[in-house]
Design a protein. Structure first.
Length: 251
């Protein structure tokens, strides 16, 4: 079979976006890494939140080989994935006022912690209020979002603001409004979203920057190893035990 022209075009688009965020967001990635390292060094805790498909990059840095053991998922029931039935409920919950405050109030997050909020559009009530409430509680908020939405769409929050307006640090994913990189004759809707590829890369780059800052200070980054390599389980058991008071994905 011949190669797919459209598949190649998607790879080209994704690679182009990765190169762009590497070059244009390097300072913001470094700042986010420093904020995370500051929290680790000060006995703070780390949380990541995203709704819908924006939850995927948040989950990608929680309890995984090569990742910081202290990163916890701040989960909002009903919006973490498409396993909820009906799947459209998650989209509806993102627009509910007050939900973010209730989640934060019942979470272990406290002043001095870091919360990474991932929202491609940054326009729904849930990520906006999550950032507003987190900052009010004294958390450092890192937003990973597409600035294009704030320029080309309207906020769905009553304040008229976007996620980016309530963050200490903003990383722009550069994803175009609509999150579809390709069009083709005979296909009516645009297709091939790249936000997950790019945002996951941004999250891993930020974790790498945090590890770099920690080792510069003489602090061993609390990283997990793969359980599929010899000694991995023993290593992880030691790390999870050492930092048990700052890890909330195991009880």
């Amino acid at each position: 079979m011949s190669e797919s022209k459209l598949a190649g075009q998607f790879f080209d688009a994704a690679i182009g976006l990765l190169q762009r965020v590497r070059d244009e967001e390097s300072a913001n990635i470094a700042a986010a890494g420093t904020a995370i390292a500051d929290a680790v060094a000060a006995d703070g805790r780390l949380f990541a939140f995203g709704a819908g498909h924006s939850s995927l990059p948040a989950q990608d840095v929680v309890y995984r080989a090569g990742g910081l053991a202290l990163m916890n998922l701040l989960a909002v029931p009903g919006v973490v994935g498409v396993d909820i039935m009906p799947a459209t409920l998650g989209s509806a919950l993102e627009r509910v006022d007050g939900l973010a405050g209730a989640v934060l109030d019942s979470s272990p997050a406290r002043a001095g912690d870091v919360l990474v909020i991932i929202s491609l559009s940054g326009r729904n009530a849930l990520p906006v209020e999550m950032a507003m409430n987190a900052r009010a509680l004294g958390l450092t908020v890192i937003g990973v979002t597409s600035a294009a939405y704030a320029q080309e769409t309207r906020s769905r929050h009553k304040s008229g603001t976007f996620l980016k307006d309530h963050c200490d640090i903003v990383i722009d994913s550069k994803i175009a409004v609509g999150d579809a990189e390709l069009t083709h004759q005979g296909i009516e809707a645009p297709f091939a979203p790249a936000s997950t590829v790019v945002t996951c890369a941004l999250m891993q780059a930020t974790m790498a920057a945090a590890a770099e800052r920690l080792v510069e200070r003489g602090i061993e980054p609390p990283l997990l190893r793969s359980g599929n390599v010899d000694g991995g389980h023993e290593w992880n058991g030691r790390i999870l035990g050492q930092y048990a008071d700052r890890i909330f994905f195991r009880h």
